[in-house]
Design a protein around this ligand. Structure first.
Ligand code: IPD
Ligand code: CA
Ligand code: CA
Length: 258
C-alpha cells in the first residue's frame, strides 16, 4: 500500500515536469526523420529512474531513453513521455507510463496524463482504476459499433512491412468498425480501452515501454490482450487489445500477417 502510494506520487511529480515542458519552451531533437525526443523525455526519465529503483529494489529499471541490452526478468518499464509528437505539438494526449513486470507477466502499472489530470492504475488481481474509481471495458458486442484505436510506427517512412501493415489493416478493418482513431499514444490508447472509451486497439512494432502498463490496465478492467493470432502477447508481436466481446471479430478481420 505504501509502495503503491509512493509510485502514484512519483508519477504525479513527474507529471509536473511534463506540464512545465508542455506549456513552456522546449528543445526538440530528432532520433530519426520523424521520431522526436525532447529535453523533457530525458528529464522525466532521469527523475523517475533512481526513485523507482529505490522503491522496487529487486527490479531493474528499463527507461526508453537510456535502455541498452536485454530485457531483464524483473523489469520496470518507463516511457517518460508516451506521445512525444503530441507533447511537441501541444495536443493533450500524452502521458507517463510505468509498468512493473516479472517473468513475462505484468504486476502493476500506472499511466498518467497530467494535462487532463487522469491517473490510471492497476495491480494484478485488484482491478484497474482511473483517479481512484474502478474502471471497466466497454460493453460493445459488435465490431460495427466499436470505436477502435491504432497507431503508426516510426518505421512507416521506410515503406516496408510495417507501413504495409498500417495501410492493409485499415483496408481490412475500417469498413467494419464505427471508426478508427490514431491519437498518438499507445499507452493512452490502452488506458482508453480499459476505461471503455475505445472498444479495441491494435498496433504493430510497439516497444515494451509503450505497452507494459497498458496491457495490465486492459486485463484488469475485464478486457483481453493477445497477438493477431489470438495467442498470448509477447513483446514484439502485433498487439490486439479489446473489451473481450469484439476480440474474435477484430482478429478475424485483421487476418494473418507474415
Ligand atoms: C509512440 C506512441 C505512438 C505509437 C508509436 C510509439 P513515443 O511512442 O505510443 O502512439 O504509434 O509507435 O513509438 O515515441 O511517443 O514514446
Ligand atoms: Ca512510447
Ligand atoms: Ca516515449
Amino acid at each position: 500500500m505504501q509502495r503503491e502510494a509512493a509510485l502514484k506520487g512519483l508519477v504525479k511529480e513527474a507529471g509536473e515536469i511534463l506540464k512545465e515542458g508542455y506549456f513552456g519552451q522546449k528543445e526538440v531533437y530528432k532520433k530519426g526523420s520523424v521520431d522526436l525526443v525532447t529535453e523533457y523525455d530525458k528529464k522525466i526519465e532521469e527523475f523517475l529512474k533512481p526513485r523507482i529503483a529505490e522503491l522496487f529494489e529487486s527490479f531493474e529499471v528499463v527507461g526508453e531513453e537510456s535502455f541498452e541490452g536485454e530485457i531483464p526478468k524483473r523489469a520496470i518499464f518507463i516511457d517518460p513521455i508516451d506521445g512525444t509528437t503530441n507533447f511537441v505539438h501541444h495536443i493533450a494526449y500524452t502521458c507517463i507510463s510505468v509498468g512493473v513486470w516479472e517473468d513475462g507477466e505484468p504486476l502493476e502499472g500506472a499511466i498518467y496524463n497530467p494535462i487532463l489530470d487522469e491517473l490510471f492504475w492497476a495491480r494484478r488481481g485488484e482491478g484497474a482504476y482511473l483517479n481512484g474509481q474502478k474502471i471497466e471495458v466497454s460493453p460493445t458486442k459488435e465490431l460495427i459499433d466499436a470505436l477502435i484505436a491504432t497507431g503508426f510506427p516510426y518505421t512507416k517512412t521506410q515503406k516496408g512491412k510495417d507501413f504495409r501493415f498500417v495501410i492493409e489493416s485499415m483496408e481490412r478493418l475500417l469498413p467494419y468498425t464505427r471508426d478508427i482513431r490514431r491519437l498518438g499514444s499507445a499507452a493512452m490508447d490502452l488506458a482508453y480501452v480499459a476505461c471503455g472509451r475505445f472498444a479495441g486497439f491494435y498496433e504493430v512494432n510497439l516497444k515494451p515501454w509503450d505497452v507494459a502498463a497498458g496491457i495490465l490496465m486492459v486485463e484488469e478492467a475485464g478486457g483481453m490482450v493477445s497477438n493477431h493470432l489470438g495467442e498470448p502477447y509477447r513483446f514484439g508481436d502485433i498487439i490486439v487489445a479489446t473489451n473481450g466481446p469484439i476480440h474474435r471479430q477484430l482478429l478475424k478481420r485483421l487476418g494473418s500477417w507474415d
